[in-house]
Write a protein that binds this ligand. Structure first.
Ligand SMILES: NC(=O)c1ccc[n+]([C@@H]2O[C@H](COP(=O)([O-])OP(=O)(O)OC[C@H]3O[C@@H](n4cnc5c(N)ncnc54)[C@H](O)[C@@H]3O)[C@@H](O)[C@H]2O)c1
Length: 351
């Protein structure tokens, strides 16, 4: 049997410093017989030398286009616009199955070249649960940014940082805040709770059971709210414009980690554009004040921690490549999309 050849590509998005395979896991893969080529990348949070030191082959950024046909190209975010025909198997977050902007173009490129997308969002276990995700760090950062902003301590534009630095800022911002995390039992929810805990804040935690009969006055009595819900079925919104106009509202800072703008399942239909690293917070109301943070690439702000955790979850799956049922399901999802693209479900932010 020929060895699996993985090709870790350089991310074309200049702010993306994360990687799905960190050097220590690259070593593990190589020791297990995988051939691993790593493209040099100026912005990746790990140096190319660190990969070379553990036995990776090094290649030029973007050279995956001429990789051997059996190489499996691994990345996180979008591919560059060229080439028009994709001939390889690609592992990354394609955002291509819910009618998102650019989805049909990407599927057309795969159709043209005969390649395949193995979408990380659809790498799921037998029960349909995601196997690799950045949720924990998304929640951690969302809550951290919300807390810092709430105390007037958030400086823009945002830059990638380290957990030590972020935690230091959180400790310096410690103080009484009535905070609420919704979706508290999920990955992002857990991250949000831990980040608030670093600042000494013990939030109210709601998940499915607590929102079944939504207690709006209780929600609005919190000063800071972090939404980390991942929902697959319609539910009444957590906040409406009427709630924002309520003069008794104590809520001042809202962080929507879900950032599900435009989706029919959006539970916070009170804004229509996400915020970003340049302008992380946007004022939704002046009287009483309500500021929104809704950034769709939060984990990129902690590239080291996010990469390390993600790689730890992905590596065992890569060691089972083509054996594990998860990859088969991933491939079936792609084949179905290529046969009949699904449109109009709205985009989810992840990774
Ligand atoms: N902004 C970013 O950069 C970023 C990055 C990664 C993930 N995300 C998003 O974060 C969200 C959460 O992801 P996750 O990995 O934590 O998901 P998860 O499945 O681990 O957790 C979601 C939680 O929401 C709860 N939930 C579902 N419906 C609810 C409802 N009506 N009321 C209360 N709780 C409800 C679930 O029970 C679960 O505990 C997703 O929308 C994901 O796309 C955003």
């Amino acid at each position: 049997m020929t060895a699996l050849h993985l090709w870790l590509r350089h991310e074309s998005r200049t702010t993306e410093r994360r990687t799905p395979i960190v050097p220590s896991d690259a070593r593990r893969l190589i020791e297990s017989g995988v051939v691993l080529t790593v493209e040099d990348s100026p912005q990746r949070v790990f140096s190319t030398d660190a990969y070379e030191a553990v036995g990776c082959r090094i290649a030029e950024p973007g050279s995956w286009v001429t990789a051997p046909p059996d190489a499996v190209v691994v990345g996180l975010k979008e591919l560059p616009d060229e080439p028009a025909a994709l001939t390889h198997r690609h592992i990354f977050f394609g955002h291509a199955y819910k009618g998102q902007p650019g989805a049909e173009t990407l599927l057309r490129r795969f159709r043209a070249g005969g390649g395949a997308l193995l979408d990380l969002e659809y790498l799921v276990d037998d029960d349909g649960r995601r196997l690799v995700a950045f949720g924990y760090w998304a929640g951690y950062l969302g809550a951290a940014l919300a807390l810092l902003h709430h105390h007037g301590r958030l400086t823009a534009p945002l830059r990638p940082t380290s957990k030590e630095e972020l935690d230091e800022q959180l400790r310096a911002a410690a103080g009484e805040v009535r905070a609420l995390v919704i979706g508290a039992l999920g990955r992002s929810g857990r991250g949000a709770r831990v980040a608030l805990g670093v600042a000494g804040v013990d939030p109210t935690c709601w998940d499915l059971a607590e929102t079944r009969e939504l207690d709006r006055p209780a929600l609005l009595a919190h000063e800071l709210m972090v939404n980390t819900v991942l929902t697959t079925r319609p539910a009444p919104p957590f906040l409406t414009d009427k709630d924002l106009d309520d003069p008794d509202r104590r809520l001042r800072t809202l962080c929507d980690v879900t950032a599900d703008v435009g989706s029919p399942l959006n539970l916070l239909p009170v804004y229509d554009t996400p915020t970003d690293w340049e302008h992380p917070a946007r004022r939704l109301r002046e009287e009483p004040v309500l500021d929104l943070i809704a950034i769709d690439n939060l984990p990129s702000l902690l590239p080291l921690e996010a990469s390390t955790d993600f790689s730890a979850a992905l590596t065992p799956l890569l060691l089972d490549f083509e054996v594990g049922g998860a990859w088969g399901r991933c491939r079936e999802r792609f084949d179905a999309a290529v046969r009949q693209p699904v449109a109009g479900e709205g985009e989810s932010s992840d990774g």
